[in-house]
Write a protein that binds this ligand. Structure first.
Ligand code: SF4
Ligand code: SF4
Length: 482
């Protein structure tokens, strides 16, 4: 990139200097656009004010999306950027304001720094492959093992399937043969490509209600592990209401890892996750936690809490705080996935409330960082909906697609149908094949192409695209891009 000609600040007011620099119609912007070989687009920038020191120091940071880098700006540098990113009307009022605050010499120096910075950013705009987030070295199979449950959670992903099964129109349990073939399928597919395979047989219902089946599958995972020479871990997502000491002993002896679904403080949890009778399930979970979280076994005492955030209470901060207080060392909070017209769903009307509450939560995380508050380690983890974005910012890595669905992660329905992940099970347009006959390659390729961030018109120019990874494909059980 050529440097702009040196500004000549002598003998002119700062206002006329700025007008001269920018011209009648936002010259800086036009100049960047007109350079055909220039890879810099002003859409790729975002200015942030420091949420911690905004009062005293007015710190401003500039984020550059393609290189995943941010840099601290002095106040006049930040003004120059605002000017470059503003439209004509805004530019005029910014010039008025700028000329009141800064001398011509200060503005000229800021503009020089701006040019140098843009030159540097252009040089790194096509980052080397090492800045890509490395794909996880694991294969994952998410199986709808059963449709039996003692709870009646409002947002249950299996709500409709369970109703069908209750009417006798569908089976309630995955046949053992299908479950075994699912384990074999992922082992065959991922051996040599992954270091570890995780099986989650426990979606769709409560695993402890079909525990005999679960035990048999666990034994089969050991056989497959020996046969393929790769560790195969059977994980369990449980609603945490049906634990017995015998079950916890079993987990400790067999290296079964767990995640417990609990939505945070009692009133929030009980409103969404009652027993079939309508009674809240919070007390039944909490009474078992000391035994689990103080277990001598590191896989058991590290059991994660999984909470769902709904529009009825879209505040992540108190949820994390409460679950950490209960003793969880890992907390995963995820915005609800349900039909957009439900009162608890994420949709056009409720998105703003989620955005505001996540901003408040992010400010709390920053306070934790500044105050060396260890609670941040329970919250900022790769599995967490928000934590993974922060981790990407801190590492400066890019994620060119949303997640591993359809790549190294698959979902299996009770009938053995293969889908990109559990969110798509039973949606015929996303069926990729089945565990007995394999994957239809063309369907898989089409799905993967649709999930690439740079392919999506709505995400392509978004400043956060490589931290977000882009939204998922359109899904009836979710709001547009989430
Ligand atoms: S515990 Fe899980 S499977 Fe059971 S109703 Fe709640 S969300 Fe659905
Ligand atoms: S889903 Fe939204 S935030 Fe993510 S990349 Fe697309 S437009 Fe940006």
């Amino acid at each position: 990139m050529q440097a702009l000609s040196n500004p000549k600040p002598n003998n002119i007011s700062s206002k006329s200097y700025l007008y001269k620099l920018l011209g009648k119609r936002h010259l800086l912007w036009l100049w960047y656009q007109s350079k055909r070989e220039c890879v810099i687009s002003l859409k790729d920038f975002r200015l942030f004010t420091s949420p911690i020191k905004k009062e005293e120091e007015n710190e401003v940071f500039l984020w550059h999306a393609p290189s995943c880098r941010y840099t601290r700006l002095t106040p006049p540098d930040a003004w120059i950027f605002r000017l470059a990113m503003s439209d004509e009307k805004e530019a005029k009022s910014l010039i008025e304001e700028l000329s009141l605050h800064y001398t011509t010499a200060e503005l000229a120096a800021a503009f020089q720094r701006h040019t140098i910075l843009m030159n540097k950013l252009e040089a790194i705009s096509t980052p080397p492959p090492s800045t890509m987030e490395p794909p996880p070295q694991k294969g994952e199979m998410l199986m709808f093992g059963n449709l039996l449950c003692n709870l009646k959670c409002a947002y249950c992903l299996s709500r409709d399937a369970r109703e069908e099964a209750d009417k006798g129109k569908a089976p309630k349990l995955m046949p053992l043969e299908t479950a075994r073939q699912s384990v074999r399928f992922i082992a065959e597919k991922m051996t040599g490509k992954a270091e570890h395979i995780y099986i989650n047989f426990t979606l769709g219902g409560e695993p402890l209600l079909s525990f005999d089946r679960y035990r048999l599958l666990r034994d089969y995972c050991s056989e497959v592990s020996d046969e393929f020479g790769i560790p195969v871990t059977l994980n369990m997502n449980t609603n945490g209401t049906a634990f017995t000491d015998g079950f916890i002993d079993y987990c400790e002896q067999n290296g079964v890892t767990m995640a417990i679904s609990i939505d945070g403080p009692q009133e929030i949890h009980d409103a969404m996750r009652p027993f079939q009778s309508g009674r809240g399930s919070y007390d039944a979970i909490v009474k078992n936690l000391p035994r689990i979280l103080n277990s001598g076994h590191p896989d058991i005492n590290n059991t994660a809490a999984g909470a769902v955030l709904t529009a009825l209470n879209p505040y992540p901060k108190p949820v994390y705080q409460h679950l950490i207080e209960l003793g969880f060392r890992h907390v995963v909070v995820t915005p609800v996935r349900d039909d957009p017209d439900r009162e608890w769903s994420l949709n056009e009307k409720t998105t703003k409330a989620f955005q505001d509450s996540y901003t408040e939560y992010a400010e709390w995380l920053l306070e934790c960082l500044v105050n060396e508050d260890d609670r941040i380690y329970a919250a900022v983890i790769e599995h967490d909906f928000f934590g993974r974005y922060l981790i990407r910012v801190l590492r400066g890595t890019k994620q060119p697609y949303r997640c591993e669905a359809g790549r190294t992660t698959f979902g299996v329905g009770i009938d053995g149908g293969l889908y990109p992940c559990d969110s798509f099970v039973k949606l015929p347009q996303y069926r990729l094949g089945d565990v007995f006959n394999g994957i239809y390659k063309e369907k898989q390729s089409a799905f993967l192409k649709d999930t690439m961030t740079d392919e999506k018109p709505v995400c392509r120019d978004c400043w956060a695209r490589y931290q977000c990874g882009g939204g998922g494909p359109p899904n009836p059980k979710g709001f547009k891009n989430l």
